[in-house]
Design a binder for this molecule. Sequence first.
Ligand code: PGA
Length: 242
Amino acid sequence: MRALIAGNWKMHGLAASRGEISALVAKMKAAAPTDCDVLICPPATLVAAFAAEFSGGPIQFGGQDCHGEPSGAHTGDISAEMFADASAAFVIVGHSERRANHNESDAEVRGKAEAVLRAGLTPIICVGESEAERKAGKALDIVGGQLEQSLPETSEDFVIAYEPVWAIGTGLTPTLADIAEMHAFIRAKTREDVRILYGGSVKPGNAEDILAIDNVNGALVGGASLKADDFYKIVMAAGGKQ
Ligand code: PGA
């Protein structure tokens, strides 16, 4: 299975941030793993311009969220079809910041994942437990419930990202054993050909250890995806990962 290293820029980045993409492209053209897909999900305003400027590869672009409907009276929302029109390849759905800040339910996340597939793109569906849920020993139950209710019922290609909420942007990560346990649990609930990414404080210093874990097929990277140098190191850590 090809690894996927995905960068989630969140609400960071302006047109001038093309410099980071261009630096990353230059580094990857000099040396990059051949068995790894690399994706950047910048703010929606930048997807079309980046996809057009860097269309020769080796980086793909994606959205961070979409509406479930193809079009309609939904001021401020963006549909999966619009991301397809902007030459995106993937759309992240159900990120914990969307679930928390916009009250997105599992059912809504499933609707968005199905919308991404309908538009011909690949959804990256995020799941993960809170700190209180982990401390209460409920992490597997919570993630199991999210998977049951937010994965699309399809044989099409989708990606799952396990992102413990308490590890996002905090510098904290679960132990390697805890990541291994959760990814094996997720694997048992999905198909063999579905890529399962780990996300939450992935950095150049921990990427190699995390990516070496069984059933970790890549990473979803927030803060460390904003700088070409850091993100490139994480991409290189995925080299040789099957
Ligand atoms: P982080 O964010 O790498 O900054 O922890 C990960 C994410 O939210 O996808």
